[in-house]
Design a protein around this ligand. Structure first.
Ligand SMILES: NC(=O)c1ccc[n+]([C@@H]2O[C@H](COP(=O)([O-])OP(=O)(O)OC[C@H]3O[C@@H](n4cnc5c(N)ncnc54)[C@H](OP(=O)(O)O)[C@@H]3O)[C@@H](O)[C@H]2O)c1
Length: 235
C-alpha cells in the first residue's frame, strides 16, 4: 500500500571497504570537496534533514546550505534558506552546548515522551515531535506522515547507520546516494551505511542503479529501492 509520507533519500559517504566512520566513530571527514558539494546539493533539494543522535554527537554540527546558487534556487522555489533539521533520539541525551544549537537553522526533535522531558523546558528546538509506539520506541512511520501534513515532501536522511537501518526495516527509504571514497577504514565494529540486525539475502532490500558519476578518485552511486511489501530483518 502506498504510504502518505515524504520522499526519502539516504546520503552517505563510505570508505572503499564499506565503513561510514572509523572504529572510534569519529566524524567522517574523509570525503573530498566534491563530495561535500554533492551533500550540500542534496541538503538544498530537501525540505527537511533527518539524522540520528549518534551522528549529531559525532559531528556536533549540521551541514548548512551556503552556496549562493543553491540558496537562490531555494528562494526561487519559495523555500526558506535552510531545510528543517530534525534530530532522532530515544533518549534525548544531547549536549546543549554543541555548536549545532548555535547554527542558523530550524531545529526539530523527534523523540519519545521520556526523551522530550529536558528539551520541553528549553528553546533549542522549535518543535518537539513525540511519536511513540506502544513499546515506547519512536514511531518513525507516523512521524513521517505527520511531516507530510506539515508540507514536507522531500527528506534527506544523513545517517547514521542505526537510523538508516531502522527506516529501511520499515521500508521507509526511497533512494540512496553513496559516495565510495578511496581509503580503507576497516574495524569490525566501525559503522556501515546500514547497521541494525541485518537482512537475510532472500529478504534483503533490492536496489536499482540509477546513475554512476566518477569525480577524480570518488564514485557517486545513486540507487532507488525496488518496491517491496514485506521487509523483515534478522532477530
Ligand atoms: N560517512 C557518512 O556519510 C556518515 C554520515 C552520518 C554519520 N556518520 C558516522 O556514523 C556514526 C554515527 O552513526 P550511528 O549509527 O552510531 O548513529 P545514528 O544512526 O546517527 O544515531 C543512533 C542514535 O540515534 C537515535 N536513533 C536512531 N534511530 C532511531 C530510531 N529509529 N528511533 C529512535 N532513535 C533512533 C538513537 O539515539 P539515542 O541514543 O539518543 O536514543 C540512537 O542511539 C558516527 O561515527 C558518524 O561519524 C557517517
Amino acid at each position: 500500500m502506498m504510504q502518505h509520507r515524504p520522499h526519502t533519500t539516504v546520503v552517505m559517504a563510505m570508505s572503499a571497504d564499506g565503513k561510514i566512520a572509523d572504529v572510534r566513530r569519529s566524524p567522517a571527514r574523509f570525503g573530498s570537496l566534491a563530495d561535500k558539494a554533492h551533500l550540500e546539493k542534496q541538503v538544498a533539494a530537501s525540505d527537511a534533514i533527518l539524522f540520528g543522535a549518534g551522528t549529531l554527537r559525532a559531528y556536533g554540527t549540521t551541514l548548512i546550505v551556503s552556496h549562493p546558487q543553491l540558496l537562490q534556487q531555494r528562494t526561487n522555489l519559495g523555500k526558506s534558506a535552510q531545510p528543517v533539521h530534525i534530530v532522532v533520539t530515544h533518549s534525548g541525551k544531547l549536549n546543549p552546548e554543541i555548536n549545532f544549537f548555535k547554527q542558523p537553522v530550524k531545529r526539530w526533535l523527534l523523540t519519545t515522551t521520556a526523551g522530550a522531558v529536558f528539551w520541553q523546558t528549553t528553546t533549542e528546538f522549535e518543535q518537539i515531535l513525540i511519536f511513540e509506539t506502544p513499546t515506547e520506541k519512536i514511531d518513525i512511520s507516523t512521524a513521517l506522515q505527520h511531516l507530510t501534513n506539515l508540507g514536507i515532501t522531500r527528506v534527506a536522511v544523513l545517517g547514521g547507520g542505526s537510523l538508516a537501518a531502522s527506516m529501511l526495516e520499515l521500508n521507509l527509504i526511497d533512494e540512496l546516494w553513496l559516495t565510495v571514497c578511496p581509503l580503507i577504514l576497516g574495524g569490525a565494529s566501525a559503522p556501515t551505511p546500514v547497521d541494525g540486525m541485518g537482512f537475510l539475502p532472500q529478504l534483503a532490500p533490492r536496489l536499482q542503479l540509477l546513475e554512476v558519476q566518477t569525480v577524480e578518485q570518488e564514485v557517486f552511486l545513486h540507487y532507488t529501492f525496488c518496491p517491496t511489501s514485506d521487509l523483515s530483518s534478522i532477530g
